[in-house]
Design a protein around this ligand. Sequence first.
Ligand code: AMP
Length: 556
Amino acid sequence: MSAVGGTVQFHEMGLDDRVLEAIAKLGWKEPTLIQEKAIPFVLEGKDVLARARTGSGKTGAFVIPAIHKILEGKRTAVEQSVQVLILAPSKELCTQIKDCVTQLTLWCKREVRCVDVSPQVPIEAQRPLLVDKPDMVVGTPMRVLAHLNAGNLVIKNSLKMVVVDEADLMFAFEHLPDIQAVLKHLPKIYQSFVTSATMWDDVRQLKNMILTKPVVLRLEEPPLPAATQLTQYVIKLEPMDKVVLINVLFHLNMIRGKTLIFVNTVDRGYKLRMYLGQFGISSCVLNSEMPVASRCHIVEQFNSGKYDIIIASDEQSLEDPKTKINKPKNSKKGKRKKDKESGVARGIDFQFVSNIINFDFPLNSDSYIHRAGRTARGSNQGTVLSLVSIKETNQFNKVEKRLKALMPDTEGSVFKDFKFDMSQLEGFRYRANDAWKRCTSIAVREVRKKELKQEILNSERLRTFFEDNPKDLQILRHDKSKHGLIPMTHLKHVPEYNIPKQLRRVSRVTKQTRANKKVPKVPLDQPRTKTQERYMKRKANPLQSMEFTGFKKQKT
Ligand code: AMP
């Protein structure tokens, strides 16, 4: 097999033309590292254990050869059967895998059919989908097992390949017993593919259970894109300064593009949303305590551009696989019921995220990497801004050290100082303090209660219950809780005198740009004016405005 520029190209892998055409339609010019290494081994029939992070193209690494093999088998197959089973730890991941299969089977959708059984509908409702024996079945271990036990899915004699995606999360979400039970339904011989972001002991345990003499791919890929693609800023500040700063960044339109803000607890996510909401900055929260349908809906709306800001509570750091297994059952974190099939930082494919803001610094480097990995995907640019309080300095130092070790090619620190003179923000401090204080834990609880009520009213599953018990519905509808804060509409408008002199220009420039005062595009070969240069530069880097002189510390 020859290689162009050192990389084996898709068309050199001997893949079916229909798959190649679908890859071309997706605009995937060349395989990612994991795809380049793994696809040939899968095509050869080898078991593969791949250490791969989300965003590395790992889904394509198993879906592409799986489709090819199904198509190949169709030439001689006598009867239709389920040939590939893909297990993933969350419903969102299952949906993404199914979407990837749909895209890659664009030119052979009649020949290769795939069913995702992860949606939370009654098992019986999904039975008709499985009657025709789709070629591929995707699902969480729990759902797949339910179908196997119900006799809806029979794979004992037909299955050729099993994939376990994000194996480390399988442990974190306690899917292991279900996987073990699923394995009992598999034929004696099958090919397997396991992906995992880490190679901890528990993943090795799974390796022994499921893989036979696997090729282990520990790809020497840096965990995050290079500094030319991903700029990582840090600012160390007092906890309350975080609150003022985040408000200013959004309020004065200094953040461009879609943004994911990460906090460390669910309540803090709601608090931040309420706080920003008082200034007319709208955002939505995402966490695993929300029903799946709502979560998927939010991600879809974010991807389609309806929202620009999501505030996510980082489930990965709360569900650290290393500590989770030994966590005492009555520990505080486990108090609220979380959906074990959900993950926010990992897996979910947020598209075109320009900025990540760590409002709370993550608890460990894995979590940092997973958060940061939500931006600068493909060949896009991205920015991470971490707000680090004195209390979080230790955590930050550990993460910085670890990142440096993982990315030895980086000169100096992985992080750039985000130069911001907080004294310039005194004009905002009073309003910010006031608004933050209004978001008390009682107010947060009331907002959550209101949302829960809304979820109940919207629930398809409870519809029949309410049809039988209309009084309950009435009570729920008329239960006027004291939720919510009166929006402080006057806070939406910051008077010019309150904006520090140095920032006024930034604020005004942004407003003018927003008001469609477009700077005409100039062909690359023609000279540009300074304004055009600056505009083009800013467009390339969503947080460029942060580097305006107004933000730099004043020389004394
Ligand atoms: P994954 O790691 O499988 O979740 O993939 C992350 C993103 O990379 C998805 O949005 C894919 O569409 C994209 N992707 C996967 N393979 C390639 C490729 N060879 N070239 C460009 N983008 C890709």
